[in-house]
Design a protein around this ligand. Structure first.
Ligand code: ATP
Length: 201
């Protein structure tokens, strides 16, 4: 199978702290790869390198050129004064009136599926932590993307809500390339193939 992203001999240190000393990894196209590892072993650093937000010291990453990227960061990174719905719609180019109506309806449906009905027009600064997390996730999913980076997207959600949103995310990501970072084995097993960072370095 053709690989979407090839990471070869990647090294990265912060001063004396070596995070990667020759990481080689193939991330398959059209699937969800779940990256698991103990805290502080470099999961976020890897995502940041792949997103182009951090430089590696040596090694190469190929297969990401020209791919549209979307992400849920560890922090929600929402626009506090904008409504939940406006935060989500922000990631699409401004559309003509007829499309705007369609887009509003799409977002309303997505929010309904994520248990956020009735919050469409509420500024996100008024939402709970779990609600904000879901808005951040819906926003990332709503963007136009070829590859999606998810850094602990279900953090802070209760069991029932997590079930609901995981199912929605899984459906939305079907057949697409996703890198999913989590500490929860159960989440990883549900979402895709597990890769344990550190085992093959
Ligand atoms: N900007 C930075 N400057 C210096 N050190 C950093 C920086 N970013 C990360 N690190 C260090 O790199 C290592 C890996 O951090 P990273 O956040 O990638 O781990 P992680 O596996 O995602 O952890 P967690 O599961 O706790 O989120 C840690 O030792 C961290 O202290």
């Amino acid at each position: 199978m053709k690989n979407a992203i090839e990471i070869v001999n990647l090294t990265k240190s912060y001063g004396d702290n070596t995070v990667f000393s020759g990481l080689t990894l193939s991330i398959p196209k059209g699937k969800t790869t779940c990256i698991m590892a103990p805290s502080g072993t470099g999961k976020t650093t890897l995502l940041r390198i792949l997103m182009g937000l951090e430089e590696c010291d040596s090694g190469s990453v190929t297969g990401l050129q020209d791919m549209k990227k979307s992400a849920v960061f560890q922090e929600d990174r929402l626009c506090e004064n904008l409504s939940a719905s406006a935060n989500i719609r922000l990631v699409r180019r401004k559309s003509v009136h007829r499309q705007e109506k369609k887009e509003r309806e799409e977002v309303r449906k997505a929010m309904e599926a994520a248990g956020l009905s009735g919050c469409e027009n509420q500024p996100v600064r008024e939402l709970s932590g779990g609600m904000r997390r879901r808005v951040a996730l819906l926003r990332a999913l709503y963007a136009e993307w070829d590859v999606l980076f998810l850094d602990e997207p279900f953090k802070g959600l209760d069991k029932e809500m997590k079930e609901k949103i995981m199912e929605y995310t899984k459906k939305s990501c079907e057949g697409k390339t996703v890198l999913f970072v989590t500490h929860e084995e159960e989440e990883a097993l549900r979402m895709g193939e597990i890769y344990r960072l550190g085992e093959s370095q």
